[in-house]
Design a protein around this ligand. Structure first.
Ligand SMILES: C[S@@+](CC[C@H](N)C(=O)[O-])C[C@H]1O[C@@H](n2cnc3c(N)ncnc32)[C@H](O)[C@@H]1O
Length: 250
């Protein structure tokens, strides 16, 4: 996120800042097998404007700390929580995900949708492990190859963007090496990318450009987003977000 002002302006009005869906957040929660009536403590890391935080707040009797390093997103999240009458369940924390001020074993659940790549999957799951109670759950979505091989153009692109991209079996191995037992996994379906994320973004481009004087930097952002969308549309059978659900071991 090199130009935060413009990227915030593009993304903060959207329901979500990455691929996903309310039903898929709920599916991950079901696979996590948590007691929905218990007073769980949850950290939602890289929460954006609250796509997953608000689903969890609606479904659980939990105290949720929504963490993001962009205060503008957290301000929107707070307003949305008030609008849904769940604000008493949600606290926001403006902080980088690699400098979390949490106590050891403070949380029952660590949740993170479409965000852990910012510090890398392996570093994230290793560093965050200590904040979870033993038996606590990690629920994290991560860009994942969904086939064993893929066209070299695509392989090259992702190796440049995010060299940690891998198949699910490797990601599960990373979880196992870092103190977790995987208990569930599924792949985000196409509508999580197109209907829930890319199409609303595309529909906002004209207003975004108008608000920003159709300037060069704004146009470059739209161009980059359009290229990312084109790549997804061409190669969507090869990659998606995998949603990983794991239990912290002793
Ligand atoms: C792709 S968005 C996903 C947001 C949200 N979870 C969702 O699914 O809509 C990634 C989020 O991570 C946040 N982020 C990026 N780097 C971060 C960091 N180092 N620490 C905390 N948050 C970060 C961004 O501000 C953004 O809100």
């Amino acid at each position: 996120m090199e130009d935060y002002h413009l990227l915030i302006d593009l993304h903060k009005r959207a329901n979500r800042q990455g691929p996903g869906g309310d039903a898929e957040t709920e599916e991950a929660l079901s696979l996590a097998l948590v007691d929905r009536a218990a007073p769980l403590k949850i950290a939602d890391i890289g929460s954006g404007t609250g796509a997953s935080t608000l689903v969890l707040a609606r479904l659980l009797e939990a105290q949720i700390t929504a963490v993001d390093f962009l205060q503008d997103f957290l301000d929107v999240l707070k307003e949305r929580a008030e609008g849904m009458a769940v604000s008493e369940k949600v606290t926001t924390l403006c902080c980088s995900m690699d400098k979390l001020p949490f106590r050891d074993e403070a949380y029952d659940v660590i949740w993170s949708e479409g965000a852990i790549y910012n510090i890398g999957f392996e570093k994230g799951v290793r560093d965050w492990n200590r904040y979870l109670k033993v038996g606590g759950r990690l629920v994290v979505s991560e860009i994942t190859w969904i086939t064993a091989s893929r066209p070299s153009e695509l392989q090259k692109y992702w190796e440049g963007e995010y060299p940690e991209i891998d198949v699910a079996s490797s990601k599960m191995g990373v979880l196992e090496k870092n103190g977790y037992s995987p208990i569930g996994y599924f792949v985000l379906p196409e509508h999580c990318w197109l209907a829930n994320y890319y199409r609303p973004m595309q529909n906002s481009f004209t207003d975004f450009l108008n608000r920003n004087g159709n300037g060069e930097d704004a146009r470059a952002i739209v161009e980059a987003e359009n290229q990312e969308i084109e790549l997804y549309e061409k190669y969507k059978t090869y990659y998606s977000y995998g949603v990983y659900i794991a239990r912290k071991l002793d």
